[in-house]
Ligand binder design. Structure first.
Ligand code: HEC
Length: 114
């Protein structure tokens, strides 16, 4: 597993297959999920409400580069990284892992933001 071992399109195809026949991803649902407050955080607490912008970690204040592939082409090209951070961040915010459908919605929205 290394940088460059996947692409946003590959991930979307895999999550679509995992989400089951007829699954349709929605950028609108992805945006709502990103802005929705779960625990005491939402995704936007650290990543800001604009995924083209640099974020800042809510606890450590460390800068976080933009999540949208249009602003940061490195995003969603490293499978281990995507899996690790989706797992950790969804648990932190939602108290559970994100489903393939939710990951597909989120990435569809992030790709739509240019
Ligand atoms: C407490 C702060 C924090 C919150 C809340 C948070 N993230 Fe993150 N996220 C990070 C950090 C730190 C990284 C790793 C550093 C980096 O990649 O810049 C990261 C990385 C990611 C990545 C890796 C993408 C890639 O290919 O490099 C994804 C996807 C992601 N976050 C999605 C989410 C989603 C979806 C939510 C809401 C469910 C969320 N994050 C909430 C801090 C946070």
């Amino acid at each position: 597993m290394a940088a460059g071992d996947t692409t946003p399109a590959t991930l979307l195809n895999e999550w679509r297959a995992d989400a089951g026949a007829g699954a349709q991803f929605s950028a609108d649902r992805g945006r709502q999920l990103f802005l929705k407050k779960g625990s005491s955080w939402s995704c936007s607490t650290c990543h800001t409400t604009d995924p083209r912008a640099e974020g800042k970690h809510a606890v450590t204040s460390k800068p976080i580069l933009a999540l949208a592939p249009s602003a940061n082409p490195q995003r969603f090209t490293d499978r281990a990284k995507v899996d690790k951070w989706f797992r950790r961040n969804c648990r932190d915010v939602l108290g559970r892992e994100c489903t393939p459908g939710e990951k597909g919605d989120l990435l569809t929205w992030l790709l739509s933001v240019r």
